[in-house]
Write a protein that binds this ligand. Structure first.
Ligand SMILES: [Fe+2]
Ligand SMILES: [Fe+2]
Length: 315
């Protein structure tokens, strides 16, 4: 476990002991580019990860809430979604590996099967621990990519090695608090630095979702946060408290020093106030807590959360 003081010692150690060209950043030999997500104005958790000469695209999909505040997507959201598809297509070209963590349409789309041409494809199992709709979509995707992809593997609970890079998948864990929305796999990518993408854990809320994160002990974490905008309707406050407890456990018990919270949490403007104790814990431990947009050096631009205002403005 690295506490902030230990982290700074590590930093100094690397600065003073290594020759001129080696900096602390040397440890972070992984580059993460968020491609489509709530903080960039759409729904998704699409991210391009490059480490060494290996490019990995996780969850090549983007979508919009069909209805929010009883309103359809605003023109700006529709335009942003088109831009994000273009980003995903461009980065898919660079990637050698494509990963699909589950079969919701904000994480992949069977009509975008060309993305998978000549790729190593790592898929959540299309038949085991999956609900009816996702099984149907998985089957549609597979029928379109089995003859054009380089190879296809079902990944639940497995690990793969590409050169120095080890990709580890959790076993199928619930999509959120229970299995009503099906299952997902979490992904850990390790090459000196460990990066972890939680997929749709909505919290994390369940012990097995948390357990994988603690065990992988990532330095950089892209985490699907709690569904705070439904607390008071679909979820009770205990759910939010439990999610915060788990996020604080991650901050306290892993080496994480860059924590991106995304997706379900960023569907309301007040998301930061909702999880204030998590921000306090991050500050105390010297962990940088941000959205994926901010991590990528961009401004957070929550379009869905502002849908009412956007429609009101355009009359
Ligand atoms: Fe999902
Ligand atoms: Fe999702």
């Amino acid at each position: 476990m690295w506490f902030p003081v230990e982290r700074s010692i590590q930093k100094i150690y690397l600065y003073v002991t290594c020759e001129a060209c080696v900096k602390y950043e040397w440890r972070e030999n992984v580059n993460i580019v968020p491609l489509a997500c709530e903080s960039l104005g759409t729904r998704g958790m699409a991210a391009y990860v490059s480490t060494g000469d290996l490019g990995i695209l996780i969850d090549p999909g983007v979508d919009l809430a069909p209805v929010r505040f009883r309103l359809p997507p605003h023109r700006l959201e529709i335009e942003r979604k088109a831009q994000h598809w273009n980003r995903i297509r461009a980065y898919a070209q660079k990637a050698r590996i494509l990963i699909v963590t589950h079969y919701h349409h904000d994480h992949f789309h069977e009509d975008e099967f060309e993305l998978f041409r000549d790729k190593h494809v790592l898929l959540k199992h299309p038949e085991k621990q999956i609900n009816f709709n996702q099984k149907k979509r998985a089957k549609a995707l597979l029928s379109r990519i089995e003859n054009i992809s380089r190879e296809i593997h079902y990944v639940d609970g497995r690990h793969f090695t590409f050169g120095d890079v080890r990709i580890t998948f959790s076993r199928a864990v619930c999509h959120g608090i229970n299995d009503r929305s099906g299952y997902v796999v979490e992904v850990s990518i390790r090459n000196e630095t460990t990066f972890l993408h939680t997929s749709d854990v909505t919290g994390p809320i369940r012990p097995e979702q948390l357990e994988f994160i603690l065990k992988q002990d990532p330095e950089i974490l892209l985490c699907d946060g709690p569904v705070s905008y439904m607390v008071g309707s679909k979820y009770d406050t205990r759910y939010l408290d439990d999610c915060m407890k788990n996020l604080i456990t991650i901050i306290e018990r892993t080496r994480v020093h860059k924590l991106m919270l995304e997706h379900h949490l960023l569907r309301e403007l007040e998301w930061q106030d909702r999880i204030a104790p998590v921000f306090d814990a991050a500050k105390e431990r010297g962990v940088i807590l941000s959205t994926a947009a901010e991590f990528g050096g961009l401004k957070t631009d929550l379009l869905e959360a502002r849908r009412k205002e956007l429609h009101a403005r355009s009359g």
